[in-house]
Design a protein around this ligand. Structure first.
Ligand SMILES: Cc1cc2nc3c(=O)[nH]c(=O)nc-3n(C[C@H](O)[C@H](O)[C@H](O)COP(=O)(O)OP(=O)(O)OC[C@H]3O[C@@H](n4cnc5c(N)ncnc54)[C@H](O)[C@@H]3O)c2cc1C
Length: 391
């Protein structure tokens, strides 16, 4: 994939030693928040520094489900009205009704957000790794090789977890964007999970397809497991899948490799000071059971703006307690019984509308609706996990 070049947007020397706000990390969460701060008319923004360590970002294919109108509508490159799910014995394809599964390229997102921020004289950029964030003697500051810079508020997306938090898994994947010689893809349907190749020799994995046209699609092989795989494992499974289900000549245009932490956020999110605030991955915006974070970042950004305006509390953590409980249950289930998961996902998709499942995963359901989901799942392994049995 193309790199999203950030370096050209940044200064290498801090312009001043104190700012109203500092955001550490010009990634997904940092830029969403920076633009929201700049746009918010009821917050008198005086100065904002964005500090970023990396010169480039690998392009990420950010997907999410959402109704049609949102802040990043103009960046949506492709959207799908149907979602498909497959496992041995189950094949589901459903209309998402008012939702759309949508794709934004991270490169487009960075360019769009950075160009907005660059036009604002209140915003400075520093291209430098932050070595530490502290609140010594009541002064919030970031420590860099170019000196210390203080601020009233520091927001940072540096993950302060995850590996120590249990249960912990990686969502890791290799995707090939392929072009086929003939029309093979259904352009209206994204395949969220296809367990057709699932077996007992590998940890839990599935395939994922985002068709961009009838001849072009991103096909990914995704694992949920504690350990990462050798490159050849993903390649072999992708080749096998394409040979079996997309059996036409194809060329590989680009590749997407990635790993996303699947873990619960630390219980205490603000360690140093109530004005040093974690955002994005550091705040638990990546949902532990799915790896999705884009829309959770949007919601968290709005909550931070509301908190700065004294309209609401800052949510700690991002998810309500019962959703953290479900996520913990789900991760423990995968960790203990990975071979049972294709069957459990199959029950989930066979017995519930896809739009309803997505509503649940977006944490927009109520207790009654959640009970309906759990009642319709095979209970044996859930009960074992709840009783903390290992066999
Ligand atoms: C390949 C891939 C695909 C994904 N696809 C999806 C998807 O389809 N849908 C979805 O919802 N989520 C997806 N995610 C998950 C999630 O949306 C992204 O990981 C998202 O980028 C997280 O946002 P963030 O701001 O927390 O972290 P990042 O976007 O990674 O931003 C963190 C920033 O902080 C900078 N930084 C780190 N340390 C320092 C330091 N010491 N000093 C200064 N800067 C520092 C980094 O360089 C980076 O720019 C995907 C993740 C990956 C890896």
């Amino acid at each position: 994939m193309n790199n999203g070049c950030l370096g050209t947007h940044y200064s290498f020397i801090p312009m001043r030693t104190h700012y109203q706000y500092i955001i550490v990390g010009a990634g997904c969460a940092g830029l969403q928040l920076a633009v929201a701060l700049v746009r918010e008319k009821n917050l008198s923004l005086e100065s904002l520094l964005i500090v970023e360590a990396a010169a480039t970002h690998e392009e990420k294919t950010w997907c999410f489900w959402y109704p049609k109108n949102h802040l990043f509508e103009h960046l949506v490159k492709k959207s799908w009205k149907n979602i498909a799910f497959s496992a041995p014995g189950v094949s589901v394809k459903e209309d998402l009704q008012s939702l759309r599964y949508q794709y934004i390229s991270s490169v487009d997102f960075y360019q769009d957000q950075l160009s907005l921020l660059q036009q604002d004289s209140r915003v400075d950029f520093l291209f430098e790794p932050v070595q530490a964030i502290s609140a010594d003697s009541g002064i919030n500051q970031v420590v860099t090789a170019k000196g210390n810079i203080s601020a009233e508020y520091i927001f940072h997306s540096q993950p302060s977890y995850p590996v120590s938090e249990k249960p912990f898994l990686w969502q890791h994947f290799l995707g090939w964007e392929i072009e086929t010689a003939t029309d093979v893809f259904d352009v209206d349907t994204a395949t969220m999970m296809d367990f057709s190749l699932s077996d007992t020799t590998h940890p839990l994995f599935f395939h994922y397809i985002l068709p961009f046209s009838s001849r072009r699609a991103l096909v990914e092989c995704t694992f949920f497991s504690e350990n990462l795989c050798e490159k050849e494992v993903y390649e072999q499974l992708l080749s096998q899948y394409i040979a079996k289900f997309i059996p036409v000549p194809f060329t590989i245009l680009t590749k997407e490799v990635g790993k996303i932490p699947m873990s619960l956020p630390p219980k205490k999110l603000i360690a140093e000071s109530s004005t040093i605030i974690p955002i994005g991955t550091a705040a638990g915006c990546i949902k532990a059971s799915t790896g999705y974070s884009f829309t959770r970042g949007m919601k968290h950004t709005q909550a931070i703006i509301g908190w700065l305006k004294k309209e609401n509390e800052l949510p700690h953590p991002v998810s309500a307690k019962r959703f953290l409980f479900y996520d913990r249950l789900f991760l423990t289930l995968i960790q203990r019984y990975p071979q049972q998961m294709p069957g459990i996902f199959a029950s989930l998709f066979k017995n519930n509308r896809v739009a309803f499942i997505l509503q649940f995963l977006a944490e927009q359901t109520n207790l009654f609706q959640e009970a309906l989901i759990f009642i319709r799942l095979p209970k044996r392994y859930f009960i074992k996990v709840l009783l903390n049995r290992t066999k």
